[in-house]
Write a protein that binds this ligand. Structure first.
Ligand code: MN3
Length: 244
């Protein structure tokens, strides 16, 4: 898929409708020069760092099981569901599938979300030390949340308060503003069924499989330590590529 961000921006300018932009977001596949390839055949990408690279905040065993078992399972099951439900994976970007997910089975919903969410999750982390957002993203965060500290507090609350399994998100919403939301299970803000819709810039996995070996019941400690691992450069690239 090769719609350029220029023609995309042009398209958005002409239509002026963020909701249309959200339904046709090819740029996610080419951010930072990376070709994720999900749109061709839903492939799980290798981790961009070693299993132990995020220690001491996320331990190597958690990372290995999470990537090779849980996340790999979502990708496999997504491909199985696509065969069963006759989705043309060669011509269906994952974002299009998510935008019409209500037309498919629960298996498709859970695994398309699981695949997309985890591919984003791995890339949005990097080994410590902690970084902070810069440039346009900083300005947008301050505009929407007051300060970076206030943003972190609100995002952490969303992650803590997600009952059971799910995700917390920083998104660009349909009003083209930064917002925080959370989703249950493997849902995400790109889905037509999502309560709050938008383009995900950053997501935090708060399923117990993401932290239980090290943190057990202490989800709040996992969340506060995770801030040391956020790859703000990657988040900012997503923001700048999406901005219109
Ligand atoms: Mn997970």
């Amino acid at each position: 898929m090769s719609t350029s961000s220029n023609s995309r921006r042009q398209f958005i300018k002409q239509t002026g409708k963020a909701s249309i932009a959200l339904a046709s977001m090819p740029l996610i596949h080419t951010l930072g020069g990376m070709q994720l390839n999900q749109e061709i055949n839903f492939i799980q990408q290798p981790l961009p760092y070693a299993y132990n690279a995020l220690e001491p905040f996320i331990d190597a065993m958690t990372m290995e099981i999470h990537h090779t078992k849980h996340a790999a399972g979502y990708t496999k099951n997504l491909n199985d569901a696509c065969v069963a439900e006759k989705v043309d994976t060669k011509n269906t970007p994952i974002t299009n599938l998510l935008a019409s997910i209500s037309k498919y089975s629960l298996k498709m919903r859970n695994n398309a979300g699981g695949h997309y969410n985890h591919e984003l999750f791995w890339q949005s982390m990097q080994p410590a030390p902690a970084s902070i957002p810069t440039g346009n993203l900083t300005k947008a965060i301050e505009k929407s949340f007051g300060s970076f500290a206030d943003f972190q507090k609100a995002f952490s609350e969303a992650a803590k308060n997600r009952f059971g399994s799910g995700w917390a998100w920083l998104i660009v919403n349909t009003k083209n503003e930064l917002a925080i939301c959370s989703t249950p299970n493997q849902d995400n803000p790109l889905m037509d069924v999502a309560e709050t819709k938008g383009f995900p810039l950053l997501g935090l996995d708060v399923w117990e499989h993401a932290y239980y070996l090290k943190y057990q019941n202490k989800r709040a400690d996992y969340i506060s330590n995770w801030w040391n691992l956020v790859n703000w450069k990657f988040v900012e690239e997503r923001f700048n590529a999406f901005k219109f």
